[in-house]
Design a protein around this ligand. Structure first.
Ligand code: 2DT
Ligand code: MG
Length: 217
């Protein structure tokens, strides 16, 4: 029996309005054109029962205690783990719009202790590559649609950005599990080219590894 090379687990992180969803879709079609099997995922996944509670909270239709909502965001990732693992094992690359770094950054920016925020996500599948779309909160704000949901406030986004950088600084700049900072204040095509460059390296390297790593352990 021939073994299938596993897919790469690629996460896109960044502030609201940094272009994550647009770039994830561009990356998906570019990979498809290159005959790479690819699946798009996004967290929070608002379609599951847990995701529906998160959605109501984000749209301010419900109030949930800070620690409780944090654990729901984490649960929303854990409920996807078997699907992530089987997708990668089947040779399909995952492009994931937000992940555990958003989980820690937003809750810690609200004032919860960083170590506490991290712990429920420890040992989730570790991304092979995290692309951090870095943008200043004032540029993000000027992109429109800002302020519709909870968390879309400049002062909070500033704190979130700092924590993202702190989390990224702990990760390697090269090799497995690396964190790549992408200047997302540039035009769409330039950003897309940068992402493509990073992704191509990871997909190439990833085929040499057996299984996906575990986050923060
Ligand atoms: P979107 O705008 O991407 O739908 O995100 N968030 C996200 C958290 O607070 N914790 C998490 O674990 C995740 C994945 C970031 C909606 C908001 O939810 C925040 C923005
Ligand atoms: Mg949003």
């Amino acid at each position: 029996m021939s073994t299938v090379q596993r897919g790469a687990f690629i996460v896109i992180e960044g502030l609201d309005r940094s272009g994550k969803s647009t770039q994830a879709a561009l990356l998906q079609s570019r990979l498809q054109n290159a005959n790479v099997s690819v699946k798009l995922m996004k967290f929070p996944d608002r379609t599951t029962p847990v995701g529906k509670m998160i959605d109501a909270y984000l749209r301010s239709q419900s109030d949930v205690d800070d620690r409780t909502i944090h654990l729901l965001f984490s649960a929303n990732r854990w409920e996807a783990v078997s699907s992530i693992e089987s997708t990668l094992a089947a040779g399909t690359t995952i492009i994931c719009d937000r992940y555990a770094f958003s989980g820690v950054a937003f809750s810690a920016a609200k004032g919860l202790p960083l170590a506490w925020c991290r712990s429920p996500d420890v040992s989730l599948p570790a991304p092979d590559l995290t692309l951090f779309l870095d943008i200043s909160p004032d540029i993000a704000k000027s992109r429109g649609g800002y302020g519709e949901e909870r968390y879309e406030k400049e002062e909070l986004q500033r704190r979130v950005r700092n924590i993202f950088h702190q989390l990224g600084d702990e990760l390697p700049k090269d090799g497995a599990g690396r964190w790549a900072v992408i200047d997302a204040g540039r035009d769409l095509n330039t950003v897309s080219e940068s992402l493509w460059h990073e992704v191509a390296i990871t997909i190439h390297d990833c085929t040499k590894q057996d299984s996906v790593g575990k986050l923060w352990q």
